[in-house]
Ligand binder design. Structure first.
Ligand SMILES: *[C@@H]1O[C@H](CO)[C@@H](O)[C@H](O)[C@H]1NC(C)=O
Ligand SMILES: *[C@@H]1O[C@H](CO)[C@@H](O)[C@H](O)[C@H]1NC(C)=O
Ligand SMILES: *[C@@H]1O[C@H](CO)[C@@H](O)[C@H](O)[C@H]1NC(C)=O
Ligand SMILES: [Zn+2]
Length: 443
């Protein structure tokens, strides 16, 4: 009986063998579909809600991987977020197609199998289901863009560069902020429409503007990530897919395109150390359903190639002199000082995306000698793994003195304060102080 019901249920989704019909499914249908998938593939999927929209719709996330229910050491966390602007609907459709593709091909398709065995993939098909429900098929207008309270969710995040950004956080934004606190995401993309281009941080004017771009200390990595998408897409790399557009290589710095404050990608990078880019994947925000199969074919190789990039760079753990894993150890890569210091996560792990090359790492932890290592980094995606470098710290002899110094406070730095600039500055100053004191003690 149950088998028959399942069969009938899936039959309604599967007009031809193993394919999800190319349609705009509403929130109720998506929920049914995701529940169906998670009961059909219980060993490689885990469905959970990260919160509710203003109108009470669940923000469903499907996790895929060999161990979908929990983080495993050395397995990086990846995410895709769709439909943040409710009327930009193609991402929502493509992410469901991606779920269908990944689940149905696990253990038969080598790329899919290796992706799901080597990383944990979180997919949020719709971040703004209320906006979707109120949107209308239209290429350019803004009906449905905002959440139920009329707020643009991609302007509602705390912004490290905007001291006046203390607007009320929307439920959908709070859900994302909590989500970033519970998982250590390494790489992400959020899918939009209305253009065809891959845009990378910063969106806001940061500390350094070079030739019109607001660059992060990891600009080389972001350019590589954006190009990985655009060049694996059938035509994004040409940069002229939409009338009047001209994006060299199909990529752009967010600020260079147009500056915005409170955006999600800057928040991910600065606060969660998650490299997120913004993918604009269709000229028309809400195209006819007949165009969806071609949009999937155009984006499929790019979506898969981008996921592999979660394996760039270096990963590992930091242990104290007793061999215990430590959280909040500062990891400095020379020449790449983040606004908010890069640190080990609650598991004592770190994942640092880097292009192939040689880098100097310095690890700083209160009461311990700082450790410096030169690391040679190969191209991780080739082997579906970043190179591993663990750090075992040695205790400082004069630890009694250390505990009285301000650097001890770095362990209590709050990761995601509701508001930003003042506390961010305080964090950076504390970290810098720690760094200086540590170096003085050693020299
Ligand atoms: C992926 O993991 C599964 C389950 O442990 C295993 O059977 C399979 O051989 C692995 N495949 C690859 C390519 O790693
Ligand atoms: C896809 O992206 C990878 C990584 O950036 C790149 O090496 C490869 O050449 C791209 N594929 C195509 C067809 O351009
Ligand atoms: C910022 O956050 C801190 C700590 O959470 C709080 O004490 C302070 O009142 C907040 N400031 C503003 C302007 O919201
Ligand atoms: Zn958008």
């Amino acid at each position: 009986m149950i088998v028959l019901m399942l069969y009938l249920f899936f039959w309604s989704w599967l007009p031809s063998a193993h394919s999800l019909i190319f349609q705009y499914h509403d929130s109720v249908e998506i929920e049914k579909y995701l529940k169906g998938i998670s009961s059909t593939y219980p060993s490689i999927t885990h469905l959970h809600s990260i919160g509710q929209s203003v109108e009470g719709r669940e923000l469903w996330v499907l996790i895929l991987g060999q161990h979908p229910r929990e983080h495993r050491r050395g397995i990086p966390e990846f995410k895709y977020v769709g439909n943040m602007h409710g009327n930009e609907v193609v991402g929502r459709v493509l992410l469901l197609q991606l779920i269908d593709y990944l689940t149905s091909r696990y253990l038969t398709d080598p790329l899919v199998t290796r992706l799901l065995n080597s990383s944990r993939v979180h997919i949020l098909p719709s971040m703004n289901p209320d906006g979707f429900e109120s949107s209308k098929p239209d290429c350019m207008n803004t009906v449905g863009r905002y959440n139920k309270k009329g707020v643009d969710l991609n302007r509602n995040f705390p912004d490290a560069f905007d001291v006046n950004n203390n607007q009320e956080r929307q439920k959908e934004v709070k859900a994302i902020m909590n989500w970033l606190n519970t998982e250590t995401f390494v790489l992400s993309a959020n899918l939009h429409g209305g253009a065809v281009v891959a845009s990378y941080p910063y969106d806001n004017r940061g500390s350094g503007v070079q030739e019109g771009s607001s660059v992060t200390p990891d600009n080389d990595v972001f350019i590589h990530l954006a190009k990985t998408y655009s060049f694996n897409h059938t035509d994004m790399y040409k940069g002229n897919s939409c009338p009047g557009s001209n994006f060299p290589n199909g990529i752009t710095n967010g600020f260079q395109w147009y500056s915005l404050s409170g955006g999600m990608q800057d928040y991910n990078y600065v606060w969660a150390h998650c490299f997120e880019i913004t993918l604009e994947i269709s000229c028309c925000k809400y195209p006819q359903e007949s165009e969806l199969p071609a949009l999937w074919e155009a984006n499929k190789p790019a979506l898969l190639a981008y996921m592999k990039q979660v394996h760039l760079g270096v990963k590992g753990v930091v242990m104290d002199s007793n061999g215990n894993l430590v959280q909040n150890a500062i990891i400095e890569v020379a020449g790449r000082t983040n606004l908010n210091p890069f640190k080990t996560d609650l598991n004592g792990e770190y994942y640092k995306l880097l292009m192939p090359g040689t880098y100097t790492f310095t690890v700083i932890y209160p009461g311990h000698k700082s450790t410096t290592e030169t690391i040679s980094v190969p191209y991780g995606p080739d082997t579906f793994s970043a190179v591993t470098q663990n750090f075992l710290l040695q205790k400082l002899d004069f630890s009694a003195l250390i505990t009285q110094l301000p650097m001890a406070t770095t362990t209590s730095v709050k990761k995601n304060p509701e508001n930003n600039s003042a506390s961010l500055l305080a964090n950076a100053v504390t970290a810098l102080t720690a760094l200086i004191i540590q170096r003085q003690l050693l020299s």
